[in-house]
Each structure stands twice: as structure tokens, then as C-alpha cells.
Design a protein around this ligand. Sequence first.
Ligand code: NAD
Length: 352
Amino acid sequence: MRKLLITGGAGFIGSHVVRRFVKQYPNDQIFNLDKLTYAGNLENLKDIDQSGNYHFIKGDITDTAFIQNLFETHQFDGVIHLAAESHVDRSISNPMEFVLTNVIGTVNLLEAAKKAWGSNIEGKRFYHISTDEVYGALGETGFFTETTPYDPHSPYSASKAAADHMARAYFKSVAVPVITTHCSNNYGPFQFPEKLIPLMIRKASRGEELPVYGDGGNVRDWIHVSDHCSALCAALFKGVPGSNYLIGGRCAKSNLEVVHEIIDIVKEMVPSPSRAVNRELVRFVEDRPGHDRRYEVDPTRIEKELGWRAKTSFREGLRDTVQWYFDHEEWIRGIEHKSYLGQRLGLRGILE
Ligand code: NAD
């Protein structure tokens, strides 16, 4: 029996990771530590929260004494660290939250793991979930690889980069068995509706205008969250401590292409909507400050060394995602009621 601590398990990716571990490893004890910020939602885990091997702990990773105490009490065998402030627009408005959670919070966890494990690191893992955004932006050609120099451009990516450096330093200096992965843009069920795909699904399904930043030409590599989860398992169980792996779906698309695909799918799924759904709903709006033009990751290393490959085609994954949001209108309404109504964030460095 292993005891695994998953941080940020009530968020988008974290809830998929928690569900997978609770179901797939019934002999493991899964502890989900989450502060339940605006992005954390226990509704995401309703289907598994009565499982005997699942434990929810409400807490803040920036609270040093609490984290030390948690590790002393539970003697975790592994940590999968996803808790973060994760939205670039919000980081432009409120960078300090990002420094506190993403940097200080990560160091608190690393320090607690170091003290709990000491030199007894056989079978232990500290899995730090990072992002491809730490590498900055690409021009028209090329890919990010594991050796691309760091060049973060937003307070979000800068805070993730700082956390990555601390994680690497804990591996090099005191042998905490750290594995780091950098994944590209995820999409799928339970994503908070401030992010591009759920925001556009929500607006398109209501026949509202679809605000696209700049000229819509910013390119991202898209991966379905279930493929990120399978990559995460491969990295956790087969990855070499001290290594980093890039995870991507080999699916680069401009924001405008993504929005057009969403419109087409919504149109097909709602044959006679109350308001017309077509590409004329797209409205180009003032760009995000410092908006990176293109990200694309080369996942060759994880494919070759760990035998993982993304399986979900974008069209199929997007169709399922649109269907999921259609079927979970109540989930969206719960968020609208609590914290977010689809408004623009982070335009001029203040919360609009
Ligand atoms: P999310 O914003 O949906 O979820 C973050 C979770 O962390 C929430 O449940 C929130 O309550 C929790 N949290 C925030 N601050 C906390 C704190 N101080 N203490 C404890 N819990 C706290 O994020 P996500 O999109 O699921 O991303 C998860 C991780 O994956 C992040 O580390 C992010 O940087 C990384 N990542 C995300 C993507 C993506 O496309 N979403 C891509 C690559 C990497």
C-alpha cells in the first residue's frame, strides 16, 4: 500500500488525476490536498468522494507549519504536485498570488518531503507538474525540447519556472527524487470556464459573441486531459528522478482554428438553436499583454523512453468535451453563481 499526496486535486487536471488513482489503484491511499480557491471545486469529484481509499484535506500549500505537520502525520510515499494559480490573465492582474502559491508553496512541499524522507528515498517520488510556457515563445518554426533554455514571459510562467528551478535544486543538492513534466495546453471535462475552450463552448452554445484575442493567430499544442493523465502515470512510474519530460498531443492549432471547430461542432449538435451559431460570432478583441505567439512541444523523449503517446484525436476529444459541457449545464451554473461570469480578465494589469 502506498500513500500518495496529490495537491490541487479539486482543480481541472488534478480531479482527473485523483479519479484515475482512486479507481485504478484501490490499494493505495490517495490524499487530495486543496485550498479550494475559485478554481477548486469538490463537485469535480462527486463520483468518487465516498471511496474508501480517498481522503480530502482542505489546506494551503503556502502554510509552512501545516505542510510540515501533514508530512509528519502521514508519511507519504509520493507527491504529485499540481496545486497552482494557473491562469495567465489573472497572473497579469495579480502576480503575487502566483509567487506565493507556485513558488513558496512548491518550496514548502519540497522542504517537507526532504525532511520526511531524508536519505530513505527508495521508492519515493516528488512529481512536479510544470508547463511548456516556461520556455517562452517560438517563431514560425521549431519546437520546445527538454533542453530549450527557459524564457518565461508572463508572471504565471515565470512563477512556474522559479518553482521548476527549486525542484531541480532539491534534486541536485539534497537528493529529493524529483521528476518534472512540462505539458502543453489541456482541454476536456471540468475545465474552469475562463479558459479558451470551455469559454468558447459556453458562449457559442448561447449564441453569444466569441471574443478572440488579437488576430487569433496564436498557436498552441492541444492535448486531451486523459492523455495528460496517462503521460503522468508513465512519468511517475517509469521516469528517472532528476529528469524532465515534455508532454504534448502533437496537435498544434491557432486559437482561431480552435474556435472555428467549436462553432462547427456546436452548430451540428444544436440543430435549431434559439440564436444563430456561425463563424460570424467571432469578434477580435484587444490582445493579451505580452501574448506568446506560438508554443509547440516535441514529445519524442517521453514517447521513446517511457513508451507513452497521446491517443485522443483533437476532433474526437473536442466533440466529447462539447457534449460534456452541454450535459453539465448545472456545473457551469454553479461556477457562475459562485465566482465567474465569463468576463474578460487581465487586460491592463487590473481585474476588469
Ligand atoms: P486549476 O487552476 O484548474 O486547478 C488548480 C487547483 O489548485 C485548484 O483546485 C485550486 O483550488 C488549487 N490551489 C490553488 N492554490 C492552492 C494553494 N495555495 N494550496 C492548495 N491548493 C491550491 O489548474 P489546472 O489547469 O488543473 O492545472 C494543474 C497544474 O497543471 C498546474 O500546476 C498547472 O501549472 C499545470 N499545467 C496546466 C496546463 C493546462 O493546460 N491547464 C498545462 C500544463 C501544465
